[in-house]
Write a protein that binds this ligand. Structure first.
Ligand SMILES: *Cc1c(COP(=O)(O)O)cnc(C)c1O
Length: 374
């Protein structure tokens, strides 16, 4: 481990959260808010309204914010929306899908896993067959962008199939919300889960669930948890304007400021375009160095890219990480068990010039370490 005091500058985080935030977003955390104060309640209400609007769910959907990291919100969504007698079909092609299955297990929710390889998106045809074969399945759990590789699963097509079978869809859109299009008016889902510290470019500490109002209303009494009960959180907030239990006030304030910037910069299409540019500059630059990305371009989301590590036997991720870090960039280890890889995030308050410099830092790091990449 490196001592925090050894960072004389703020490194650029090319990680999928926490990520690099704007100075304006960080400055919003300089105020101490009272959790009972009307001004803080108004801040929460505005954050929620903006989040529902980003999903185009105004009028039909509600936003339930929840303290904690994204996983807390995933666990809350499964526990609240899936009845105790329900059964979840979990679609897996990476670590977050596996985590969703473990959540079902921990909550005692019956579930079945359909797994494809890390570089194979789930197809709507497969889901169609699985739902036709098992009428006991009440819900389908899908990871929109599987952050363990960066693969994009075909959400709209899968949502159509799930709706046609009359089942409920729960989407982990943690690493896509705010950047990849999700239209609640056109894509049927019961709940969609995301968090403050990913593509919205807030700081970590708050998850949220965008739920179809009727689905949430039907879910009362399902949750086996006190703190992770979205029905109770929503009911209490509707009645009082306040959070149940201490809110992450500074995180909410930062998210509010981040959402203002999201809108000012052009909303979701502009965020998508920025990350797409970042991703393209990154992949092209790394290709010039001889480093190939793991996924085919057609299934790669512009969120995080997995690269094959150099074949040079001298390569060690820890040394590479340290050498890149010394140049001001924080990378992410790979999450594949069979292959030596590393990941570079495209999200956060960074732009293509930062990605160019990151590629230069990677090149210089390999030169330092005397590792050949070509
Ligand atoms: C980040 C992320 C989560 C939540 O992880 P936390 O460590 O709890 O923040 C869940 N699903 C996906 C796809 C993610 O990218």
């Amino acid at each position: 481990m490196t001592d925090a005091s050894s960072i004389p500058w703020t490194p650029i985080l090319l990680t999928p959260g926490p990520l690099t935030t704007s100075e304006r977003t960080r400055a919003a955390m300089m105020t101490d808010w009272g959790s009972w104060d009307g001004s803080f309640n108004a801040l929460t209400a505005d954050v929620c309204a903006r989040l529902v609007a980003i999903a185009n769910g105004t009028g039909s959907h509600v936003c339930v914010p929840l303290q904690g990291s994204g996983t807390f919100a995933v666990e809350a969504a499964i526990g609240t929306l899936v009845p105790r007698t329900g059964k979840v079909l979990v679609l897996v092609n990476g670590a977050y899908g596996k985590r969703l299955a473990r959540i079902c297990e921990a909550l005692g929710r019956d579930h079945t896993v359909y797994e494809t390889a890390d570089d194979v998106p789930t197809t709507p045809e497969a889901v169609d067959g699985l739902l036709a074969a098992d009428p006991a399945i009440s819900h389908v759990g899908l990871i929109h962008c599987e952050t363990s590789t960066g693969i994009l699963n075909p959400l709209p097509a899968i949502a159509d199939v799930v709706a046609r079978h009359g089942r409920g869809l729960i989407v982990d859109a943690m690493s896509s919300f705010g950047a990849l299009p999700i239209d609640a008016a056109a894509v049927p889902f019961e709940a969609l889960i995301a968090a403050s510290g990913k593509c919205l470019e807030g700081v970590p500490g708050m998850g949220f669930v965008i739920a179809r109002a009727e689905a949430l209303a039907r879910a009362e009494g399902n949750s086996p948890s006190l703190a992770l009960n979205l029905s109770d959180q929503h009911t209490y907030m509707q009645r009082t304007g306040q959070w149940r239990f201490t809110p992450p006030t500074h995180v909410v304030a930062a998210l509010h400021e981040a959402l203002l910037q999201h809108a000012e910069e052009g909303g979701l299409p502009a965020r998508h375009a920025k990350y797409a540019r970042n991703c393209e500059v990154l992949v092209r630059g790394m290709e010039r160095l001889g480093l190939k990305s793991f996924l085919a371009p057609g299934i790669q989301a512009p969120i995080i890219v997995t690269f094959h590590a150099p074949r040079d036997p001298k390569y060690r991720f820890a040394d590479f990480y340290a050498a890149v870090r010394a140049r001001g960039f924080i990378l992410y280890p790979g999450k594949l068990t069979q292959l030596e890889t590393f990941r570079v995030g495209c999200i956060g308050h960074v732009e293509s010039a930062d990605m160019e410099r990151a590629v230069e830092a990677v090149a210089a790091a390999f030169a330092d370490l005397n590792i050949t990449t070509l």
